[in-house]
Design a binder for this molecule. Sequence first.
Ligand code: NAD
Length: 475
Amino acid sequence: MFIDGQWVEAAGGRVFEVTNPANGAVIGTVADGGGDDALSAVEAAFQAFPKWSRTTAYQRSAFLYRAWQLMLERKEDLARTMTEEQGKPLKAARNEVQYGADFLLWYAEEAKRVYGETIPSGRADQRFIVQRQPVGVVAAITPWNYPVSMITRKVAPALAAGCTLILKPAESTPLCAIAMFRIFEEAGFPSGVVNLVTGADPAPIGDVFLTDQRVRKVTFTGSTGVGKMIAEKAAAQMKRVSLELGGHAPFIVFDDADPEHAAKGASLVKFLNTGQACICPNRLFVHESIADTFIGTLRSRVAKMKAGSGFDESVSIGPLVNEAAVAKVERQVEDARAKGAVVECGGDRMMDGGLIGGHFYAPTVLSGVTPDMQIYREETFGPVAPIITFSSEDDVLAMANDTTYGLAAYVYTRDVSRAMRMFEGLDFGIIGINDINPTSAAAPFGGMKESGLGREGGRDGIAEYLETKLGGFSI
Ligand code: NAD
């Protein structure tokens, strides 16, 4: 762990093992921190805050810029660590490192654009000045599916704003976090400004983050269940929270779209990270008049996808994170099959050809999916594309919005009026119109409804770490 500028063992001296999800091999041991370690890290961040928050934006920018440079220099090493620890294909891991680095560069620049304002007063002797100040000590909790970019998406804007921070990465991907903290160390951030606490059990560390008065903000990416628990506990001290939670993205293909082009898009975004991305489509709504072409194209593309080790260049499907994830996918597919869905391809756990030691599920296309099936309601977080047919725009909009989630949605249409109606009508925070990658460090990412609170990336991303302070001056 990295606390107050030092690499340290857990206070209790314990360690835990990290495994490769593609074959089960142990690839490292990491400090198994707990509540005492979290307290030390909070103390370090609290002590470092006054000085760091008074550095100039230009000074903070220089540190972030240096970290960005180091990340690009280490791109290949970081990507290899990620493939070994998380399982995604090496090419996707390189893309993620680049995406992660983008946040450091973008917020190195944005640090200098935290503007205030003056407001005219109704009183001749009064002047209003609004200034933005850092919220204070931030605790960040990140998931395993994007183990590098989810770190920089939080660390970069928090540090740019003048906050200090403690990170707790997911227990399955601490090695990526350690590699990132070697970069932060080398970039020269002062002691206590960025701290890392790893642990096999997140609860005691999370408890310290949520109950220690010195932590003023908790930023979290992960499941909706844990997000709700964080929001509830944070309320006791009125801590600020940013929550990026689960999704259940609709992917809507209208009859005026090219079904082959749309199927190609679906095959790319649905199977991204083996379906383990919160913006992966989870319900594919296809107009009944073009469904056969769409399904045929998707099936032929998906059936060719090869699963295996991410170090094999021909592989596009890596393992799922663990056995529980495979079991969840299996349960949803069996339920759909039993209720009448057609398995167009896949539909099974993969154990042949050396995959038995890993957590593999075949890339799967299901047609004939209906609202009574579990997969219609639940987030899958796995490589299954469930297809539902529709006949009218009003119906599909109602079906797409009929979920407690509201993160990403995708629409394929060539009718610009319909595109605008869908953009405005869909209750989701991110809408791709004929576009499968509506994300960037420069753009606000986040969800509505139970997909979360707040936004990461862009101008909104730094605002999450700033307080607004009003000064009324009588002259
Ligand atoms: P998770 O909620 O189990 O874990 C996420 C993080 O929370 C991990 O670091 C974990 O250790 C920590 N955590 C778990 N219990 C905790 C507790 N009691 N106290 C403190 N921390 C705790 O989720 P996951 O399975 O790792 O990630 C998958 C989920 O994350 C999916 O639902 C996915 O949609 C969501 N996700 C959302 C986004 C987004 O930006 N909206 C991005 C990636 C993943």
